[in-house]
Design a protein around this ligand. Sequence first.
Ligand code: DGL
Length: 274
Amino acid sequence: MDKVSAESPIGVFDSGVGGLTVAREIMRNLPAEHIVYFGDTARLPYGSKSKETILMFSRQIIRFLQTQDVKAIVIACNTASAFALDTISQEVALPVIGVVKPGARVAARATHNGRIGVIGTEGTVGSHIYRDFIRKIDPQITVIERACPLFVPLVEERWIHDPITRQVAERYLDEMKSQGVDALVLGCTHYPLLRSMIGEVMGEGVTLVNPAYEAAQELKAMLYTNGLANPGTDEKEFPYRFFVSDLAENFKQFANSILPYDVEMTQKIDIEEY
Ligand code: DGL
């Protein structure tokens, strides 16, 4: 802990590649920051697992990230944010940010007609965490939730613009559309990669909310408030380091297809040791 300073990296974790959409927003919005990213590729998906399991996984990952002397932790995974953020924040002496609260906040600001849609994994939607945060901000807002579990494997298969994905999106979203939402929270790490297709299906009047962008803004504010923002004077050979629990090469390829950074090195670690 005493090695932690403003120059220390931010720890970001997710069940796998999806959290790279959050890392990408941090890279874009906080270019002076270094990142240590962990993707739990051996144990994903998180979206269909229990709260107890996700909490146990999150604790192990946080113990690993602390060995990397991170100065703050971003839980990039919506499911882990829903199930583990509250408990973890009380256990760890570091600032911890999730993606759900920032996403809920911006959705509540974005709606004009008071009808918000939330899509996510079965875990996130079943926890009703987005609904509860949004209602805390404004009890008058109606929140319509829908789990869209097939989106994750479709993105991992990179069928981003495929007619099959379009059909799946229509099937999931038609009902929500007919319920007249004017803001839709993309409440899962993978969904921002389907943004254009989801936007086409929902139509022009619907604002798509990407919690990843808002989480990066919250991180920025937190770093400045706590005097932890990297002054950007240190040169590091690898400003972004990537660790996974399995299939490092697959991860690297996916990362290179979505990040504005050339990922040269990903390292597999045994997360169960932590
Ligand atoms: N990262 C997860 C989330 O945002 C989606 C993938 C998974 O189920 O592991 O909820």
